[in-house]
Design a binder for this molecule. Structure first.
Ligand code: ADP
Length: 497
């Protein structure tokens, strides 16, 4: 019997390190997963131990390979983005804990950058806005607060996002590299020139030699030494988690987008070779085309998506489990004019009002819990449509198809409603591990496990939701939703009394 050709996908996430062995026919033959510690040393600070990230990644990889019972041909890496590590290349040890993307310790620094007028220049160079979320001010902080006071020799140090830390460990220090998708989230990378930006390196006091070399997402990142996984394995694909999901969903061309419906929602739209204009809470970033080469993409997040259903469940007790929401939504013909704007933690793109709070409008004596639950589901679809319509507007890119993943996509009613609101096909893959599949795809195309991206995608099946004709009731509901959003924003801004 011939052994199946397989790729090892390392999926290094925020709360756990996972690994999957993916076969050429798309099946997942082995899985491993290990959680690791979250450290909160001060209010707003979030740290990980880089050595624990490394050890849990190795443990997960070994478990996945053992379960699969086959030796993979190559490694693909996907990772939590923006999280930053600085380490000593001689000792191999980190000089400080990893500063996680959620960490807000550099909020004041970012406010100063904005006050000093840096925002437009940073946006022009990187597609991002000055925010502690991105890696640049985290690296600046470690250089100022750890490296300088301790008098560490900077020439011995290496810095990078989690992908480059793992690559460096796997290759026993032979390769210090990252890929454009991860680099585009650092706020140090010029997304047009495709190089570390000299003015930003100067602004943040970062020596160029500290940073990894940026290589194509589908390409050669060196060889993982045999001591780690029992056999020497080439690392042939790397992408940040959201861009890996975009690739794994087959969104390689302009007009193809994906939305992940989890606690919040993460939207990316591939806009191809032409740089779009971001703004209004929509960032410009780099994804991949079918060959794993950089392509522009727009990215945005909806802070509360499935969490609205969670709140109706846990806060109000309107349902026992999230999946009940589907039957409840079907039990009524409409929300009877009720709209729920779940701005529980502020409003993201495109309204962008951090002071906004959740708002329910249109209540009558006839309102029942089914109407509220349905309104929470509709809010996910309307919020997604608002972001995608704005992305279409700012980029001029069409939207041809929306591919979906995440916990709430198990709700068929929601998926159909989403297709109707958008007027495009919504496609849900049978295999939900889109992030890991994206990393496997990038490496597998480079390794020849799949002849090309099309062969990779044809190993996957999709459930398709076709939109109802234009002018359908769901699309018409957008008008009422937008009115409800305006009311929500007005309530936040009108502090006259
Ligand atoms: P995360 O990765 O952000 O933790 P998941 O992808 O696991 O989230 O999705 C869980 C979220 O999806 C929860 O907020 C839950 O309320 C919502 N959810 C799960 N199943 C359904 C469903 N059938 N209908 C609507 N929402 C759902």
């Amino acid at each position: 019997m011939t052994r199946p050709r397989t790729i090892l996908a390392l999926d290094q996430g925020t709360t756990s390190s996972r690994a999957l062995v993916v076969a050429a026919d798309g099946r997942i033959l082995g899985r491993g997963q290990q959680e690791f510690g979250q450290h909160f040393p001060s209010p707003g600070w979030v740290e990980h131990d880089p050595m624990e990230i490394w050890s849990t990644t190795l443990a997960a990889a070994r478990a996945a390979i053992a379960m699969a019972g086959v030796t993979p041909e190559a490694i693909g890496i996907t990772n939590q983005r923006e999280t930053l590590v600085v380490w000593d290349a001689v000792s191999g040890q980190p000089v400080a804990p990893a500063i996680v993307w959620q960490d807000r310790r550099t909020a004041a620094r970012c406010a100063t950058l904005r006050a000093d007028g840096w925002a437009p220049r940073i946006e022009q160079l990187t597609g991002l806005v000055p925010d502690p979320y991105f890696s640049a001010t985290k690296l600046e902080w470690i250089l100022r607060e750890v490296v300088a006071p301790r008098g560490l020799d900077v020439t011995r140090l290496r810095a990078g996002t989690i992908d480059s830390w793992l690559i460096w460990r796997l290759t026993d220090g032979a390769v210090h590299a990252t890929d454009p998708t991860n680099a585009s989230r650092t706020m140090l990378y010029d997304i047009d020139a495709r190089e570390w930006s000299p003015p930003l390196l100067e602004l943040f006091g970062v020596p160029r030699a500290l940073l990894p070399e940026v290589r194509p997402s589908a390409g050669d990142f060196g060889v993982a030494a045999a001591e780690h996984l029992g056999v020497a394995l080439p690392i042939l694909g790397v992408a940040g988690d959201q861009q890996a999901a975009l690739f794994g969903q087959g969104c390689w061309r302009a007009g193809e987008g994906k939305n992940t419906y989890g606690t919040g929602a993460f939207l990316l739209l591939n806009t191809g070779a032409k740089r779009p204009v971001g703004g209004r809470g929509i960032l410009t970033t780099l994804g991949c085309d079918a060959a794993g080469q950089p392509a522009y993409a727009l990215e945005s997040a909806i802070f509360v998506a499935g969490a609205a259903v969670q709140w109706l469940r846990d806060g109000l007790g309107l349902l026992a489990v999230a999946s009940e929401s589907e039957g409840m939504a079907r039990a009524v013909e409409s929300t009877d004019g009720v709209y729920f704007v779940p701005a529980l933690t502020g409003l993201g793109a495109p309204a962008w009002e951090p002071e906004a709070r959740g708002t329910i409008v249109g209540l009558t004596r006839g309102t029942r819990r089914e109407h509220l639950v349905r309104a929470a589901l509709e809010a996910m679809a309307f919020g997604t449509a608002d972001v995608l319509d704005t992305m279409r507007g700012v980029s001029g890119a069409p939207l041809d198809v929306l591919r979906v993943d995440g916990g709430a996509t198990g709700n068929d009613w929601l998926m159909q409603f989403q297709a109707d609101v958008l007027g495009v096909h919504v496609e849900r893959p049978a295999e939900i591990e889109t992030t890991a599949l994206g990393a496997a795809g990038l490496a597998g195309i480079t390794a020849g496990v799949w002849a090309d991206a099309g062969a990779f995608l044809s190993a996957h099946e999709y459930a398709r939701f076709a939109p109802a004709p234009a002018g359908n009731a769901a699309r018409r509901g957008l008008g009422g939703w937008r009115r409800a959003v305006r009311a929500t924003v007005a309530w936040a801004r009108d502090r006259a009394d």
